[in-house]
Ligand binder design. Structure first.
Ligand code: AMP
Length: 234
């Protein structure tokens, strides 16, 4: 299954992609995470992309497309994969389609997650991430068990440089100007599932699972054996 998680920054694409990746046993590929790894490891690519990321603009297509095309050709993507944060421009979606077509594959479904801008700003500015395992928390809505520490690996949580209010506003502008047109392009060609992001992350997960027609409990379709709701999400 080839899934695209679509939506503005802060709607919860990454968290939902992680749940689905675990449930479907296919890789979760986030361009933002790949870029952040490069920045943290001070690679040549990391040095080039940092300025774009820090000011909330898009990394140029020529640095983004190759990275993703190389990643989806790897062996672990043979059974499918979940893209999070890609494609964000028309050129990116066209390259993706071309590359998949060459392997007789295609995008199966797009999950479009929506949320009011005011809520997005609240969520993003309160977000804290684990720089080691990429787990995501929120100061008010999804607190770690121990203050400032990741539940999975106890690493100190950090705020992303681009999660400040001024940068989020810029990222939203960039989303509406450059990325939202990609959604219309996808709607014309593929199945798009629209899901409003809920305050309780598990409610959003349930909605996505049922919209995708994947089994939550006892359903009998062919994907049922792969689906497991995240812990705490009954
Ligand atoms: P994200 O973690 O998806 O919010 O991405 C963080 C930042 O990485 C974005 O604000 C962009 O600067 C950059 N980025 C991530 N994905 C892409 C993409 N598909 N195209 C261009 N820039 C991207």
């Amino acid at each position: 299954m080839i899934l695209i998680m679509f939506g503005a920054p802060g709607v919860g694409k990454g968290s939902q992609a992680r749940f689905l990746s675990e449930a479907l046993q296919i890789p979760h590929i986030s361009t933002g995470d790949l870029f952040r790894e490069n920045v943290a490891n001070r690679t040549e690519l990391g040095k080039l992309v940092k300025i774009h990321m820090d000011n909330g603009s898009l990394v140029p297509d020529e640095m983004t497309i190759g990275l993703i095309m190389d990643r989806i050709r790897q062996a672990d993507c043979k059974q499918g994969f979940i893209l999070d944060g890609f494609p964000r421009t028309i050129s990116q979606v066209e390259h993706l389609e071309k590359s998949l077509k060459a392997e007789m594959r295609a995008i199966d479904t797009v999950v479009n997650i929506t949320l009011d801008d005011a809520k997005i700003i609240d969520r993003v500015t309160g977000r804290r991430i684990c720089p080691s395992c990429n787990s995501v928390y929120h100061l008010a809505y999804h607190k770690p068990y121990s203050v400032g520490r990741c539940n999975n690996c106890t690493t100190d949580l950090v705020q992303r440089v681009d999660d400040t209010e001024s940068t989020v506003l810029r990222r939203l502008q960039v989303y509406y100007a450059q990325t939202e047109p990609v959604l219309s392009y996808l709607r014309d060609r593929y199945a798009v599932v629209d899901v409003v992001s809920e305050d309780d992350i598990n409610d959003t997960t349930r909605k996505i699972y049922s919209s995708l027609d994947l089994a939550v409990h006892g359903a009998s379709n062919k994907d049922a054996r792969y689906m497991r709701l995240p812990s705490g999400c009954a």
